[in-house]
Ligand binder design. Structure first.
Ligand code: FAD
Length: 212
């Protein structure tokens, strides 16, 4: 009996799909290599910077380890293990730590409830006090202690906390000769997180949140 004509079409589609995948898998590693310089030395040269695998002409890639998704790393032509070790071993700078910490603090403020519980207010105050003791930069921690003394935490509401953090961040900015951030724009810079089902709510935030 002759073959069903639809079966022939299905087979043709199958074989086109396989062919497409094969070619794609050849193209992808090549495209990753486009972003990469051959390492001046994979190991051995202790002065090689963490991201020396990447071209200086593509600094965005150099500075953004997040672009190294497992998929990209899997296609790297050089010793992936050595590369991954170098990335994780790269020491964090004081500036990177600062940016990460301010991100956390401004984000906590953005997520803070309009009507916080007594516990939530206490938590924020403790967080700042703890930060001023264990922040892993002595100069910064000591300075922050002084800042807290003259600017006690204001955590009566979301708006109050985000303005307070903006204000103390500006005190640090000023001491470092940085630009002052306009605090009326803090919500535009640090908006609420985009989370489903209130999964980014702070601990203890419910619809039955009673004012204190
Ligand atoms: P950051 O100051 O880290 O700011 C990150 C981003 O926040 C900016 O790009 C901007 O978009 C936004 N932003 C800036 N200002 C505000 C604001 N007022 N409100 C809202 N958003 C704002 N470093 C030192 O060298 N000496 C110190 O004593 C010191 N103390 C610190 C104390 C604390 C508690 C922290 C968290 C950090 C401290 N740092 C200190 C680090 C310093 O504040 C910076 O984080 C670091 O210098 C990097 O600065 P940056 O210019 O990249 O931006």
């Amino acid at each position: 009996m002759s073959e069903n004509p639809f079966e022939a079409i299905r087979k043709a589609c199958d074989s086109f799909g396989k062919c497409f995948q094969t070619h794609l898998s050849r193209i992808l590693p090549a495209r990753c290599e486009d972003h990469l310089d051959k390492p001046s030395s994979v190991a051995g040269n202790s002065k090689t910077s963490s991201f020396s695998f990447f071209t200086a002409s593509n600094p965005k890639v150099v500075n953004d380890a997040a672009l190294l998704t497992p998929d990209v790393v899997a296609h790297l032509p050089y010793t992936n293990i050595a590369l991954e070790k170098k990335i994780t071993a790269a020491p964090l700078t004081k500036e990177e730590l600062g940016r990460a910490t301010w991100t956390l603090l401004h984000t906590v403020a953005a997520q803070f409830p309009d009507i916080p519980t007594r516990q939530q207010k206490r938590d924020v105050k403790e967080l700042m006090a703890i930060l001023s003791r264990i922040y892993p930069c002595k100069e910064c921690a000591d300075h922050f202690k002084e800042v807290l003394k003259s600017n006690p935490v204001q955590a009566g509401s979301q708006a109050e906390l985000s303005q307070w953090i903006c204000h103390v961040h500006n005190i640090v900015n000023r001491s470092l000769g940085k630009q002052i951030f306009p605090c009326q724009r803090v919500n535009a810079r640090w908006g609420k997180l985009d989370c489903l089902d209130r999964s980014c709510d702070l601990q203890g935030s419910t619809n039955l949140n009673f004012p204190v």
